[in-house]
Ligand binder design. Structure first.
Ligand code: HEC
Ligand code: HEC
Length: 300
């Protein structure tokens, strides 16, 4: 019994000693990894979030993220940042309310890993607690021209760094016959939804996933950004082409084409069938006469 008590005391002492030694080491490890991930989070924030968010600098395209880790549940934030579309589609009431408040702009899926999501959240938390302000990205643009912007939009003027013309995927007024592509949204009133500062920062730092591949290494120049913004200011005063009229135009073209095709078939098909069969008949007759002639020829 005595032995047992002393063994327990010895073990307990050893454990206490070990934990005293290990505890500071553990907390420093945790602290450094947190600081590290906040550092990584800052880089991610500046590259992928600052075009739409400030921390303490007010609304931009999306909400000011000052103190967001206190306002919201951590797992909700993880879900939102890693796949905003899925959270909105789930019908989550908080997300729905935000979406309505922010002009139905669906925050893009920025393709972050779970670890990157945690890093950016660590940065948001650290930054909010220092009270330091991460202001909107300053974009100082030269004077823009709406006409030059329209030419860039339609591809009449090539983009300096070789990016594809917007019209390949977007529609907007004055974009010409058929009004452009439909992969991306109609941009007629985009300046209303993003605001001028928000649009400027998003043309400077393009984060819309379907565009990243095309523009990552082919950024828009400051002059191109300014011209496009001037164009979107003008387009905002125009009526957007309703999707239904584009669809009926496409349908009309399709139906018209089909009618012409049917008409041609109606005219040429019988002729061709006749001529084909008669040609076959003729050629077999010819062959026969040739063979007959041949058969009957040896005498000659
Ligand atoms: C193209 C603009 C855009 C980009 C880029 C963007 N967001 Fe958002 N974000 C929004 C909008 C808009 C909302 C409001 C909800 C909505 O309408 O989608 C939002 C909402 C949020 C919210 C919820 C805020 C609240 O008050 O509850 C968080 C958190 C957030 N974004 C974090 C991020 C992080 C982190 C990044 C970068 C990895 C990022 N966002 C990149 C536009 C953007
Ligand atoms: C390869 C096709 C493609 C090209 C080229 C392209 N975009 Fe986009 N863009 C898209 C798609 C798709 C979206 C929708 C993004 C999303 O849903 O996350 C988009 C979104 C946008 C948005 C946000 C619109 C909104 O309502 O949320 C803006 C602004 C924009 N593009 C501007 C431009 C400009 C300016 C150009 C030309 C310099 C351009 N895009 C060229 C495909 C393209």
């Amino acid at each position: 019994m005595k032995h047992f008590i002393s063994i327990v005391c010895l073990l307990g002492g050893a454990l206490l000693f070990w934990s005293l030694l290990a505890a500071p080491a553990l907390t420093t490890v945790q602290a450094t990894s947190l600081a590290q991930s906040a550092g990584e989070g800052e880089i991610i924030f500046r590259q992928k979030c600052a075009s739409c968010h400030t921390i303490g600098g007010g609304k931009l395209v999306g909400p000011d993220l000052q103190g967001v880790t206190e306002r919201r549940d951590y797992s909700w934030l993880q879900r939102l940042i890693s796949d905003p579309g899925a959270l909105f589609a789930s019908g989550d009431p908080e997300a729905q309310q935000l979406l309505e408040e922010y002009n139905n702009i669906v925050m893009p899926n920025l393709g972050l890993t779970e670890q990157q999501v945690n890093a950016v959240l660590a940065f948001l938390e650290a930054q909010s607690s220092t009270g330091q302000v991460t202001a909107p990205v300053e974009v100082n643009l030269p004077q823009g021209s709406a006409l030059a912007g329209q030419k860039l939009f339609t591809g009449e003027t090539r983009l300096m760094n070789g990016g594809p013309a917007c019209i390949a995927c977007h529609t907007a007024p004055g974009a010409g016959f058929l009004q452009g592509g439909s992969l991306g949204p109609d941009l007629t009133h985009v300046i209303q939804r993003y605001g001028e500062a928000g649009l400027a920062s998003n043309l400077d730092q393009i984060n819309f996933p379907p565009m990243v591949g095309s523009f990552q290494n082919r950024p828009l120049t400051a002059q191109e950004q300014a011209d496009l913004i001037a164009y979107f200011q003008w387009s905002d005063t125009q009526a957007s082409t309703p999707a239904s009229s584009r669809t009926s135009l496409m349908f009309g073209l399709g139906a018209g084409g089909a009618l012409i095709l049917f008409g041609m078939m109606a005219i040429f098909w019988p002729l061709q069938r006749e001529s084909l069969s008669s040609r076959l008949r003729k050629s077999s007759n010819q062959d026969k006469t040739k063979t007959d002639a041949h058969l009957g020829s040896p005498a000659h």
